[in-house]
Design a protein around this ligand. Structure first.
Ligand SMILES: O=P(O)(O)O[C@H]1O[C@H](CO)[C@@H](O[C@H]2O[C@H](CO)[C@@H](O)[C@H](O)[C@H]2O)[C@H](O)[C@H]1O
Length: 759
């Protein structure tokens, strides 16, 4: 991994805000310029030495850019990521490490440098960071940035107001400049070595050093300016030999100034590129789904199931908390219709004691704005949310926009439903699935009316304590509808998040993200082979991660794949590791801890499905299985390793065995709480039945790890330690460990060594 050279205060003359910031020093900016400030001497106002005027080569001069599309003196192209279609800005979570790149170049053989400028929503410059050459032939430069500090605060926590101030549209611009010192030094070394045109070369160099000492942009202090002027003077001492004279400009002290306060000729600034910065947990979240009616449920003396309610459901909150999750997700909690109510496993007829699918919303008791009386009252729900908040959990509520035939809207707003010529209403479908117990909404008769009603209802649940909506099947409704509703709701409540349950074509999923959905369900459950996973991990954690935040769920009440059905405990463990560490956002549907994996014969979902019946579970059985313990460890690893929090830091590692997947996640030292690079190496045996061995290749240089000696890795799941280097043997057996989650443990010296090597 490339490391940063701290880059202090390369001040743009026209930017007085930056001048102010330098004096008071924002945390972010201090972070980026740590190294340089350590070596900088106190500033004095007086200029101490005078230079003779030398005749040298003319530096590149800035050319004003008067309209969009005009080139400046330096060419800057291909900034990534840009707003898609020029409208939908890239998105990152506060404190998430992300990478920007651009092509920066100029004519001829001239050398260039590039600097990224990061501005907060108020336009204040928070960091100026030198970019690194990614591919010299393509003139491609990259840099890792972070907008604001990583935070885990929830909206009701003390201190959230400070977080809130940092949310919104940040901007990144690229500064390109001619690297006159770098280019001169390259040529001067050769010319002095072969004794060609030496006097002209040294004279030009001295002139360049003098000019550097005099520029405001380089923001040198008085002592640093003197260093450059003295070097220039000494270079002109013709009594000395050429090599000695060159040495005055070719040494570590001047090189350090070149890194921290370079001479930037022909300075050219790109346009600002917007990044929408969202609140904590907008993308980095661990979800836990349970049905409140199953919590505390029991079988009474007559053999009848007695359902739970919002009082007993606190046990679900406590389990989620104990396992380290931070969002609890509840299926719809509204009254359930009677007409066409479904029976066990979706049977088309329900018995008198069948509770029905909670997605069959609405009865004479009320609709989407009413708590199902079997679960309790609105006050009970508020108390439940309050308890969740005390435990540090956010409550996500399912919002399924559809109606049982008994829903009040069916009578109150007949124009919200499409009738067939015979006056009946067709039931809802999500082909090939049929939902005979619900009517779909018709959005084409009264879009505005439906929008207002949905806004009213969402605000009502927000007032009760909900901070997140998981929206059921949003892709079967107009995108524009969601765009309007989400904009209206977030205008009043910018902290509210939305998860799209959209298993559908990529264009629709992407459009929903643009419409305001902060996270999205995805096809992770069906990506099982190494090739499929490698591709999917890179898709989720790549360029697309700026526009769509995929959340990985191994199972849901609607999804139980053959892999999980057949692979037993090992398959559950494998999929949990992949979900927790493959995406910053992951989720578990409860019962996973109990290996509930019996599948319906006619559907890819669980039999005795909780959607249609109340589950009475023996949670004490979970202890023997160990999945609950694994989930807890995975959430613990996620909370301790900031490298798990970014959609932009995953690298696939080559593995010799097609059944073994390996990837690294890495966060640069300046973005971690302890100031050390955080590197995790995850190795997973994808075969739930057999032991698999492999050799994992780690490009130590690319990851900034020691290249000439082994480094220490510690398995965060087992505590075992190993020495790793370029190629590493692994052996994982399903009956022992399905995965390694290694943290690379570099002592400070090793970290510093590798920094030096990369610089
Ligand atoms: O259509 P999806 O696969 O995305 O599933 C989601 O929406 C379904 C409809 O809301 C929902 O289905 C469940 O509720 C229906 C209405 O009560 C019922 O007819 C279905 O049989 C039942 O599976 C599904 O749970 C939800 O995730």
């Amino acid at each position: 991994m490339r490391t940063f050279l701290a880059y202090a205060r390369c001040r743009n003359v026209s930017d007085e805000k930056f001048h102010t910031m330098n004096r008071y020093g924002s945390t972010t900016e201090r972070k980026y310029r740590k190294k340089a400030t350590r070596t900088r001497k106190p500033r004095t106002a007086r200029q101490t030495s005078k230079l003779p005027t030398f005749v040298g080569e003319a530096p590149a001069t800035p050319i004003p850019v008067k309209e969009a599309g005009q080139f400046g003196r330096i060419n800057i192209l291909n900034f990534k990521p840009t707003a898609e279609d020029g409208v939908y800005a890239a998105r990152v979570e506060i404190g998430e490490q992300f990478t920007v790149s651009a092509q920066v170049f100029m004519e001829g053989r001239a050398k260039v440098g590039a600097t990224a400028v990061l501005k907060n929503p108020r336009g204040r410059i928070m960091a100026r960071v030198p970019m690194q050459v990614e591919n010299a032939g393509l003139d491609l430069y990259t840099v890792n940035l972070q907008a604001g500090e990583h935070s885990t605060l929830a909206p009701w926590d003390e201190g959230f107001d400070d977080v809130k101030k940092q949310l919104g549209n940040w901007k990144v611009a690229i500064e390109g400049w001619e690297d006159s010192y770098g280019a001169w030094l390259h040529d001067a070394r050769i010319k002095v070595d072969v004794d060609s045109d030496v006097e002209n070369t040294l004279t030009s160099g001295a002139e360049m050093l003098g000019r550097w000492a005099g520029t405001r942009d380089s923001n040198l202090d008085a002592a640093q300016r003197k260093t450059l002027r003295d070097a220039a003077k000494q270079m002109m001492d013709t009594t000395l030999d050429a090599k000695t004279r060159l040495g005055f400009a070719d040494n570590a002290e001047i090189e350090a100034l070149h890194e921290s306060n370079p001479l930037r000729d022909g300075l050219t600034q790109s346009a600002d590129h917007v990044f929408h910065v969202e609140r904590p947990k907008s993308s980095f979240a661990a979800w836990y789904q349970f049905f409140p009616r199953s919590e505390g449920a029991y079988i009474d003396e007559n053999g009848k199931k007695v359902q739970g309610n919002f009082h007993t459901a606190v046990s679900g909150l406590e389990r989620a908390k104990a396992e380290g999750f931070n969002i609890v997700y509840l299926p719809p909690i509204f009254p359930i219709g009677v007409t066409n109510r479904k029976g066990p496993d979706g049977a088309l007829h329900a018995g008198p004691d069948d509770p029905g699918s909670p997605f069959g919303i609405g009865s004479e008791l009320g609709g989407h704005d009413t708590v199902d009386p079997l679960l309790g009252t609105m006050d009970d729900f508020k108390a439940f949310c309050q308890r969740a908040h005390e435990l540090g959990l956010e409550v996500a509520l399912d919002f399924a926009l559809q109606c049982s035939p008994d829903h009040p809207w069916v009578k109150e707003h007949p124009n919200w439903f499409r009738t067939k010529p015979d006056g009946s209403i067709a039931y809802a479908e999500n082909p090939p699935k049929k939902y005979q117990d619900i009517y779909p909404i018709d959005f084409d008769n009264d879009l505005e009316g439906i929008e207002h009603e949905v806004e009213r209802i969402m605000n009502l649940w927000i007032d009760a304590g909900v901070t997140i909506f998981r929206v059921d099947n949003p892709h079967t409704k107009p995108v524009r509808f969601w765009q309007d509703v989400l904009a209206a709701v977030t205008k009043k409540h910018p902290e509210v998040l939305f998860l799209a349950e959209a298993f559908t074509r990529p264009a629709m999923v992407r459009a929903l993200s643009y419409a305001g959905f902060t996270q999205s369900h995805c096809y992770f459950p069906w990506r099982n082979t190494r090739e499929e996973l490698e591709q999917f991990l890179q898709e989720t954690n790549g360029e697309g991660g700026f526009y769509q935040h995929n959340t990985f769920w191994p199972t849901t009440p609607d999804i139980l794949t053959a892999y999980v059905r057949d692979g037993g405990v090992a398959a559950h463990a494998i999929r949990a590791v992949l979900a927790a560490l493959g995406s910053p956002s992951w989720g578990i549907y409860n019962g996973y801890e109990l290996i509930e994996n019996s599948q319906r014969s006619d559907a890819e979902e669980q039999s005795q499905n909780e959607k249609f019946e109340i589950k009475v579970r023996d949670w004490s059985a979970a202890d023997k299985i160990g999945i609950s313990e694994l989930l807890t460890s995975l959430n613990d690893i996620r909370s301790k390793h900031v490298a798990t929090t970014s959609y932009h830091n995953l690298t696939i590692l080559p593995s010799a065995n097609g059944n073994v997947l390996a990837f690294a996640r890495q966060t640069d030292a300046q973005f971690t709480p302890d100031g050390k690079t955080d590197t995790l190496i995850v190795v997973v045996n994808l075969d739930p039945f057999n032991q698999q061995q492999s050799s994992i290749h780690v490009d130590a240089e690319a990851l900034g790890l020691p290249t000439d000696h082994p480094y220490h890795v510690k398995d965060q799941l087992t505590g075992r330690e190993y020495d790793w280097s370029w190629d590493n043997f692994v052996s994982l057996a399903p009956w022992a460990d399905v995965a390694h989650v290694f943290h690379v443990e570099l002592d400070d010296d090793a970290d510093a060594d590798s920094d030096e090597a990369n610089e």
